[in-house]
Design a protein. Structure first.
Length: 242
């Protein structure tokens, strides 16, 4: 197995050391080859701009002096979309901001089961790493295309015409004549029907805003009133929010 590169960014040395020991315990127990680096500030992490894109996993303390964990994560996202971000925080009210950088988990510092929460977060990361991308072939008006399901942002339906909005290095769209009801069943559970006209990949969701879904590209899609609770629940479950 490849060496997994992990970063811990926290300005509280005692806590950072505690977190590192837990990560080391997890990796040793799972026989995972790893390299663990520690940074005592957001500035220190960002100063390694060439190196930071190599991390598969990054733990950020949100409440740091100077550049906090949220801002460090935003800067990381500009150079690497694939890093799994886990926030550790003393506060519970940062969930919305974390959606914007696609954080996979939040962990409260005062969690009585802190070690178990770290283990569960790492379990979630490695489960995603093991996932084999599903590829489906579709007959579009533009021709036959084989598309990894994870690259489909959302599908829009309008008068029996479907538009597939796909992001793979850049945004592209393809169209076909079909109904959304007929094809919804072929999509994995990461897709949620938020409206009779929209099927959305949760991977590209930032957050739910009242009756709209905010996507990672800043698009907003309407959520049907009848779908609002299910959509909120699915987003929360997928994001692993507190």
């Amino acid at each position: 197995m490849e060496i997994i590169k992990i970063a811990v960014c926290d300005d509280e040395k005692i806590f950072a050391d505690k977190l590192k020991k837990i990560i080391e315990k997890y990796c040793l127990g799972k026989k995972i080859s790893y390299k663990l680096d520690s940074y005592d500030s957001g500035e220190a992490f960002l100063s390694s701009s060439l190196k930071m894109a190599e991390y598969q996993i990054a733990f950020f303390d949100i409440n740091m002096e100077g550049i906090n964990g949220l801002e460090a994560a935003r800067q990381l996202r500009k150079v690497c979309k694939e890093t799994y971000i886990i926030f550790v925080t003393a506060f519970i009210n940062y969930t919305l901001e974390g959606y914007k950088v696609n954080a996979i988990r939040y962990i409260l510092k005062e969690d009585l089961n802190f070690e178990q929460s770290v283990f569960e977060s790492l379990d979630a990361v490695f489960e995603k790493m093991r996932e084999v991308p599903r590829v489906n072939t579709f007959s579009f008006r533009e021709g036959e295309k084989s598309i990894p399901m994870e690259k489909i942002m959302y599908i829009e339906s309008n008068l029996h015409k479907l538009t597939f909005h796909v992001f793979d290095k850049e945004a592209v769209s393809y169209t076909m004549y079909e109904t959304l009801n007929k094809i919804t069943g072929i999509f994995p559970e990461e897709f949620v029907r938020i409206h009779q006209s929209y099927l959305v990949n949760l991977k590209f969701v930032r957050c739910v805003m009242e009756n709209q879904l905010l996507l990672s590209n800043s698009e907003r899609l309407p959520i049907a009133r009848s779908k609002l609770k299910e959509t909120r629940d699915r987003v929360t479950l997928y994001k692993g929010a507190l």
